[in-house]
Design a protein around this ligand. Structure first.
Ligand code: SAM
Length: 283
């Protein structure tokens, strides 16, 4: 059943009496080319187990199931049960789990490693991605559609306005790449924003060495609390950690970072060296 066509999607929604909920980010894809491209570029193959977040009426789920060994789709909206039973009826390698992707333990859903592929509900992008990376799930690759601005922040290099806590979080845990951009008119209803499909290859080891990951991210957060301030001022006035100006000065000097620079100019490596030095002086 080809459901990713405007007429078929509308017919299914009408027949199952479904009103889409903006609060759940329900913008459904109605373009087969985009769906095929996501599955192709995610390199989904017969050895893969895929977890999909938010199957909606199942258009991406079908395509994933055609290529993967197994697909587990996690959907929070129980109203979609009936329509998914209809659209996924022909497939014997799909399991739909009605649960909240912000709560569920993904490792409990499948055995071994898996890929996550999704057209994400945008309201949960940052919490879901940080959860996936910080909680050390067995996920090897994440390919998902996100709001374009968020994608740009994920892959941003130091120096620009897009570079921040999200860029560092993503680049600490993954190799991130924007695969392609997607216009609003391939969704029902059309979102107000442009989208991009992003690939995140989860790294086994972080690209920089940090004494404490928790402390590293504390320093990164502190540095970006007020972007316009110098790194010296941001760190010594940060609300999330109590660092004296003397300690900050000593740390900056000993790792040769100019105290007048802003956090947005510091690379991942510089944040790592700096946080390691502060950790040493602080403890
Ligand atoms: N995969 C479908 C597609 O591409 O057309 C639907 C994508 S739609 C952007 C996002 C889907 O995520 C919706 O079906 C929505 O109900 C679901 N969703 C929203 N919040 C969720 C959550 N916390 N956990 C799991 N699914 C969620």
């Amino acid at each position: 059943m080809d459901i990713a066509k405007p007429s078929k999607t509308k017919e299914l929604l009408r027949r199952h009496n479904l009103e889409l909920k903006k609060s759940l980010g329900q913008n459904f894809l109605i373009d087969n080319n985009i769906l095929d491209k996501i599955v192709d570029l995610a390199n989904v193959n017969e050895e893969d187990t895929v977890i999909e977040i938010g199957p909606g009426i199942g258009s991406l789920t079908q395509k994933l199931a055609e290529k993967a060994a197994k697909v587990v789709a996690v959907e929070v909206d129980q109203r979609l049960e009936e329509v998914l039973e209809e659209t996924l009826d022909e497939y014997n390698n799909i399991e739909v789990v009605f649960d909240d992707a912000l709560e569920v333990d993904f490792d409990d859903l499948v055995d071994g490693e898996y890929k996550i592929v999704a057209n994400l509900p945008y309201y949960i992008t940052t919490p879901i991605v940080m959860r996936l990376l910080e909680e050390g799930f067995n996920v090897e690759q994440i390919v998902f559609m996100v709001q374009r601005e968020v994608a740009e922040r994920m892959v941003a290099d130091p120096g620009g306005k897009d570079y921040g806590v999200l860029s560092i979080g993503i680049q600490f845990h993954t190799t991130a790449e924007i695969l392609f951009d997607v216009p609003p008119d391939v969704f029902i209803p059309q979102p107000k924003v442009h989208s991009s499909v992003v690939s995140l290859d989860v790294l086994e080891e972080a690209p920089v060495e940090v004494v404490s990951e928790e402390f590293f991210f504390k320093i990164v957060n502190a540095g970006f609390q007020q972007r316009r301030k110098t790194i010296r001022n941001s760190l010594s006035k940060a609300a999330n950690i109590n660092l004296s100006r003397d300690l900050v000065d000593e740390a900056l000097e000993s790792v040769a970072i100019d105290s007048r620079r802003r956090a947005e100019k510091l690379s991942l490596e510089q944040f790592a060296t700096l946080s390691n030095k502060i950790y040493e002086l602080f403890h």
